[in-house]
Every structure is written in structure tokens, then in C-alpha cells.
Design a protein around this ligand. Structure first.
Ligand code: FAD
Length: 292
């Protein structure tokens, strides 16, 4: 276990002040499901870290709120709360689905949505859904507040573009309208307690004739950093979703995985599986029933 000094600020201002004082030697502690494991394993990503700032008393960062056409989720909201929220289930069902598939009940009761993004694991479950929703992260520091697209916060596997001293305080995104469909699918090694081997978030918008007007397809654990795949999205725009189109879009996601991640020992397995998972998610989002 790494040696560290423990701080428990009473409010956000104090947390920001502590972070500004200790800079890169400090890490905030949210649910602790990633950080405590890394501290115990003396993970090299924590080299030089010796100040832990526990956000446990910042209750006001745990909420789910409707602001007109938007939903705002406080960064300390747990996956369990996101998954059970009637607001999230109504207006961003793919995010409720993704949060509901994180780890086990115990993990979901502790782990937070802000921690999932800040940890920047390529396999994080809620991150593809947040990117598909075009969520914006609200970042707070002693300098003030700024907003960054959730996807732009990911600088690489387990690396973020958070500046020293910044805390993710909330995630905001537009509610999905009735003429949109979505899906989140995950294929894990085991049913519970599994970090996603592959996952996919899909959102489709369509016009009154059922033609896709916009598509967002975001595979997770397939690319070095979760991101949209425009080549697959563009295949769908302007058409009514069919099994054939969904299959072609799935193949495009596979091609993109190969291009960005290169061929690895797992490619033989992952390539057909990500293609099939994408196809299935597109058909589910479009409400097309398939017999499989
Ligand atoms: C057994 C087990 C199973 C798991 N299964 C899954 C799974 O199926 N899917 C999945 O996606 N993840 C899984 N995880 C990983 C983990 O639970 C999630 O990534 C979780 O959302 C992390 O949130 P946390 O609040 O626990 O973060 P913490 O561990 O508290 O923090 C993680 C990192 O983010 C930083 N951080 C946290 N909150 C903030 C913030 N608000 N602002 C800035 N930085 C912040 C911390 O400093 C730290 O570097 C699993 C973990 C375990 C131990």
C-alpha cells in the first residue's frame, strides 16, 4: 500500500484549495473502487501521489436533475442511482443500461459516474454512452469552471486531459427526443464483476419516414480511447435501418478497431464479436426485431 496523507474537505471550495496546494501529488477519492485498488497495488500511475482528498462529504455533488431539455448528473452519483433513475431511464435509457451493467451490486452502490470517466479506462461502461449522448463534463477548480466534451477528456488509455486541480463536478447532456432510439450492449467475460471485454453504445435519430437523420456509434474496449466511428454512422444516415445496413456498419466498426488498435492476440475473437455486437445494437436502437 502506498503511503499517503488523508484529507476530508467539507465542501467543494476546500477540495479545490487542497488540490491546488498539492498539485500532481494529490488524487481525489470518490467511490474508491478504482483508486483504492491502485493504491493497494502501488500502481505506477500513482507514482509521486501521496495526498488523498476524499470527496465523501460533498453530498451536493450527488444528484440527477432535469434542466429544461437537459439532464445534469452530479459527478458523485453512483452507478446504482443512475441505473435506477426514472429521469435517466426515460431520457437516456442507454446510460441507465450501461450504469446497470457496471460490476456488481456492491460496486454499483459505491462507484460513481464521475470516477468512471476520470479513470479513463478504455473498458469503462458509462463512457461510450456519455460520448454517444454528447455529454459535457463540468470541471471545477480554484480558477473557476470550464466545460469539456466527455470524449475530449480522454487523452489516452487511463489518461485524462483534466488539468491539475480540476474536479469533475457534473455531466450534462440533452434528453433524447421521442424520435430517437438507443441501445447499450456489453459482452463481459463473466456475467457479474466483469470489466467489459467489449461494449457498444448506439443512438439513432430518424425522420417521419423512418430514415436515419443522425447516428452515433461508440464502441468501448475496442479502440485505445472510446470514440465515435463516423464511417459506420455515415452508412446509416439517409436510409431506413435494415439488417444488411446494420451488418455493414458493424463491419466498419471492426475495420476501425483494426486500423486504430492494430492486430493483437485478441483480434481474431474481437473482430467478429464487435461487428456482431454493433449490428445487434443498431437493430435494437432502430426497433428492428431479429430472430437469433
Ligand atoms: C470488482 C470491480 C468490478 C468493476 N467492474 C466494472 C465494470 O463492469 N464496468 C466499469 O466501467 N468499471 C468497473 N469497475 C471499475 C470502477 O468501479 C469504475 O471505474 C468506477 O466508476 C470508478 O468510480 P469511483 O467513484 O469508484 O472512482 P475512484 O476509484 O474514487 O477514482 C477513480 C479515479 O478517478 C479520479 N476521480 C474520481 N472522481 C473524480 C472526480 N469527480 N473528478 C476528478 N477525478 C476523479 C480519482 O482520483 C481516481 O484517479 C470495477 C471495479 C472493480 C473493483
Amino acid at each position: 500500500m502506498l503511503d499517503f496523507t488523508y484529507h476530508r474537505p467539507r465542501d467543494l471550495e476546500e477540495a479545490c484549495r487542497l488540490l491546488a496546494t498539492y498539485g500532481p501529488a494529490a488524487r481525489v477519492l470518490a467511490g474508491g473502487t478504482d483508486l483504492l485498488v491502485a493504491l493497494r497495488e502501488e500502481n505506477r500511475r500513482l507514482a509521486g501521489v501521496n495526498q488523498i482528498i476524499d470527496l465523501a462529504d460533498l453530498d451536493n455533488l450527488s444528484y440527477i436533475r432535469e434542466d429544461g431539455d437537459e439532464l445534469t448528473i452530479g459527478a458523485l452519483t453512483t452507478h446504482g442511482e443512475v441505473a435506477a433513475s426514472p429521469l435517466v431511464r426515460a431520457y437516456a435509457p442507454l446510460l441507465a443500461e450501461a450504469a446497470g451493467q457496471v460490476g456488481s451490486l456492491q460496486i454499483r452502490n459505491r462507484a460513481t459516474i464521475g470516477g468512471n470517466l476520470a479513470n479513463a479506462s478504455p473498458a469503462a461502461d458509462t463512457v461510450p454512452a456519455l460520448i454517444a449522448l454528447e455529454a459535457v463534463a463540468v470541471l471545477t477548480s480554484s480558477q473557476g469552471e470550464r466545460r469539456v466534451a466527455a470524449g475530449d477528456l480522454l487523452a489516452g488509455p487511463n489518461r485524462t486531459a483534466l488539468a491539475a486541480g480540476e474536479i469533475i463536478t457534473a455531466l450534462r447532456f440533452s434528453k433524447l427526443p421521442p424520435q430517437a432510439g438507443s441501445a447499450f450492449l456489453k459482452l463481459g467475460r463473466r456475467q457479474a464483476l466483469s470489466i467489459a471485454r467489449l461494449n457498444i453504445a448506439v443512438i439513432l435519430y430518424w425522420d417521419e419516414n423512418g430514415r436515419v437523420t443522425a447516428a452515433r456509434i461508440v464502441p468501448g474496449a475496442a479502440l485505445p480511447v472510446a470514440a465515435r466511428v463516423p464511417a459506420a454512422e455515415n452508412l446509416l444516415v439517409g436510409s431506413v435501418v435494415s439488417e444488411e445496413l446494420a451488418r455493414m456498419a458493424g463491419e466498419k466498426v471492426g475495420e476501425e478497431m483494426l486500423r486504430l488498435s492494430g492486430r493483437r492476440w485478441s483480434t481474431e475473437y474481437k473482430l467478429p464479436v464487435i461487428a456482431a455486437l454493433t449490428r445487434r445494437a443498431i437493430l435494437q436502437a432502430a426497433g428492428v426485431k431479429v430472430d437469433e
